[in-house]
Design a protein around this ligand. Structure first.
Ligand SMILES: [Zn+2]
Length: 338
């Protein structure tokens, strides 16, 4: 692998970008204020403070508007899930940080407008965005991948995904075989492409420090959908954590999961559900936190409920069972022409 050799440089670049991003924001607004008041003082040094190209590459991307976007993107205080695993996403879009002394893993980037919020949540926990080495994606829709490009620029991290997921991330829109591909014409389905996305094969892994993140391909909601697993330890107790991708069979009007032209789609979807049902699973966090009732678990934990409400060895099985019911209903509805 040549990529690890590049990491120290990438990290340095990330550190440099991250550190000067804040400075350049402050300097550019300061320079603007100064030049408005005292235009004569605009100097070569002031011009150098915020070079246009750097400012563009450090900026987060334009927000996407959608009916749920504001609700999804409400601020949520970051919190520890277990051991070195933290929730750093906004209220309605999960993003998880797994920390190690050798750098961190970030799962998902939310909407474009979530990137700044996720970065601020990482800061709040006392970690550095510049120390994020790997960003892994669940599925390449705008609400989970929209912030990845900006977070990659802020950190210099490698972005990893499934084969189909990598194609969509680098295109900045769903692939043509995505059940929501025809929504690609809508501006909200386009997002800033991520650079240099590395493909992790099914059951393959990516390591940062002592964390091994395993990719489980779970196609269905999108062709590239991926569920990620790892272990986190706390006081010598190690638990299996699952970041469960959506198993929701939603699509554009006109898309049929049972289309005879795509005979593999439904069997693959059922296989994905089986994969999730049989994972070693002590804690499940879903890509939309409400799918696994994160708010209820957090409230129960804050009330002092024990054992920890986040620890539930039946969670993956229940999540898969619900998905199976939804897919069965969807397949039956398509068969009935509804
Ligand atoms: Zn989606």
């Amino acid at each position: 692998m040549t990529i690890p050799d590049l990491l120290p440089l990438a990290l340095l670049l990330g550190l440099a970008c991250n550190a000067s991003a804040r400075v350049s924001v402050a300097q550019s607004s300061g320079a603007a204020a100064a030049s408005a008041a005292e235009p004569v003082l605009a100097s070569p040094a002031a011009a150098l403070a915020a070079p246009a190209a750097d400012t563009a590459t450090r900026a987060v991307d334009a927000p996407i508007q959608c009916s749920y976007c504001d609700e999804w993107n409400r601020q949520r205080e970051p919190f520890k899930i277990f051991g070195n695993t933290y929730y750093v996403g906004p209220a309605g879009l999960s993003a998880l940080l797994i920390t190690t002394p050798e750098g961190h893993v970030l799962l998902d980037g939310g909407l474009p407008q979530s990137a700044a919020l996720i970065a601020a949540n990482i800061d709040k926990l006392g970690f550095k965005v510049a120390d994020v080495r790997v960003i892994a994606n669940s599925h390449a829709h705008y609400d989970h991948a929209g912030g990845i490009s900006a977070l990659q620029r802020l950190s210099g991290a490698r972005v990893v995904a499934s084969a189909q997921g990598a194609a969509a991330l680098q295109a900045g829109q769903p692939t043509d075989d995505d059940p929501q591909a025809s929504s690609g014409g809508e501006p909200r389905f386009h997002f800033a492409p991520a650079a240099r996305v590395e493909v992790i094969p099914d059951s393959g892994n990516v390591r940062v420090g002592d964390v091994t993140l395993v990719a489980h391909y779970t196609p269905g909601h999108t062709p590239g959908s991926t569920t990620w697993t790892w272990q986190s330890c706390d006081a010598g107790r190690c638990l299996n954590i699952v970041y469960g991708d959506s198993l929701n069979p939603v699509s554009d009007d006109g898309f049929l999961y049972t289309d005879p032209a795509r005979p593999g789609v439904v069997p693959a979807f059922y296989r994905s559900i089986d994969v999730v049902a049989h994972l070693s699973c002590d804690i499940l966090v879903s890509v939309h936190p409400d799918f696994t009732k994160i708010d209820d678990k957090l409230a129960a934990r804050e009330r002092g409920v024990t054992p920890d409400p986040f620890i539930d060895t039946g969670a993956c099985h229940a999540y898969a069972a619900e998905a199976r019911r939804k897919l069965e209903r969807r397949v039956a509805a398509e068969g009935a022409g509804r």
